[in-house]
Write a protein that binds this ligand. Structure first.
Ligand code: NDP
Length: 290
């Protein structure tokens, strides 16, 4: 394809996502703050490691940074190609997406908030889910590039809607994580074999994504691999709670979960995987989930 594509932010997600683009586009620019990673990416996948100023001359510019503030700081002062589409795959703040879309529109640049789910394995296998907010025209034009990295790609509404869906999804995952930690601690306290119990629950109505993958693959085997940082989950539950407050809703379970995840995050080191949130429960109960 003649369309040029760029990917900015080669972290746990971005590095793997951008790797698929050269199979679909002739010119793929990559940029990363630690530029060695961009050079390594170019060597490994046939992308082009370029200066940030050149990356933003692509027709479609992806970003995947920790927060909306990081994206905001990066965009300020950059001369982005007129007519380009900026597709932000950060799990960001809905209000920031609306501001960014408005500001860029004045420069004839479209902005899509397009966070993803599916973890690093989904990024590696190009099976991510994209939840996209913004104009339908920009969505349609950016669709082939998103399809190169994802399987389910949904236009969920206007600017900010994609970030909202992502924040609520991650908040619900956090609810399931806390529920699983409490439920399995109770079972262990009663002498139940957790591995056998897990098989039963995964064939029953109490199952969730947490019991199906996170509990067996990260917690019960005590591996806690760092693929999605606990600080990032704490950021996402914070975004979800802000949405609740803006809508003046009463959501006791979400509020409590937000407090629990923030507490677990404050007890953990910054390089902890989100699944280590269960260690807070273990320190309270003196019961290890294994
Ligand atoms: P990582 O921490 O692995 O990577 C962050 C990336 O952002 C790195 O490339 C880092 O560059 C860059 N970066 C950080 N701060 C800045 C800055 N101020 N300016 C420029 N670049 C910066 O994060 P992930 O890839 O895990 O997550 C990225 C986003 O995707 C987050 O919003 C997260 O919530 C979301 N997400 C993560 C998932 C996961 O499983 N990990 C799943 C779905 C969504 P450098 O290498 O120089 O540090």
């Amino acid at each position: 394809m003649n369309t040029t594509v760029a990917f900015i932010g080669l972290g746990a997600m971005g590095y793997r996502m951008a790797a698929h683009l050269p199979q679909h586009f002739d010119t793929v620019y990559v940029w990363n703050r630690n530029f060695e990673k961009a050079k390594q990416h170019a060597t490994a996948f046939g992308t082009q490691a370029v200066a940030l100023e050149q990356a933003v001359q692509a027709d479609i510019i992806f970003s995947c940074l920790p927060t909306s503030q990081d994206v905001d700081d990066l965009i300020q002062g950059l001369k982005i190609k007129s007519g380009a589409i900026w597709v932000d795959c950060t799990s960001g703040v809905p209000d920031a997406a609306r501001q960014q879309a408005l500001q860029l529109k004045q420069l004839d640049i479209e902005f899509l908030d397009a966070p993803v789910s599916g973890q690093t394995i989904g990024a590696e296998n190009a099976t991510l889910t994209f939840m996209v907010g913004g104009s339908n025209d920009a969505f349609q034009r950016a669709l082939p590039a998103m399809q190169a990295m994802g399987k389910l790609i949904k236009h969920v509404g206007d600017s900010g809607a994609g970030f909202a869906v992502k924040a609520v999804n991650n908040m619900m995952m956090a609810v399931h994580l806390c529920a699983a930690a409490e439920g399995f601690t109770t079972l262990k306290a009663h002498g139940v074999n957790l591995h056998e119990a897990l098989d039963c629950i995964n064939a029953s109505s109490g199952k969730s994504g947490v019991t199906e993958s996170i509990l067996p693959q990260r917690i019960l085997n005590r591996s806690f691999p760092l693929t999605f940082g606990l600080p990032l989950l704490a950021k996402d539950t914070g975004i979800a709670i802000d949405l609740v407050r803006e809508a003046k809703l009463s959501t006791p379970i979400l509020g409590l979960t937000q407090s629990l995840i923030q507490a677990a995050n404050s007890l953990a080191t910054p390089d902890s995987d989100f699944s280590t949130a269960v260690k807070m429960y273990e320190s309270w109960s003196k019961i290890t989930l294994d």
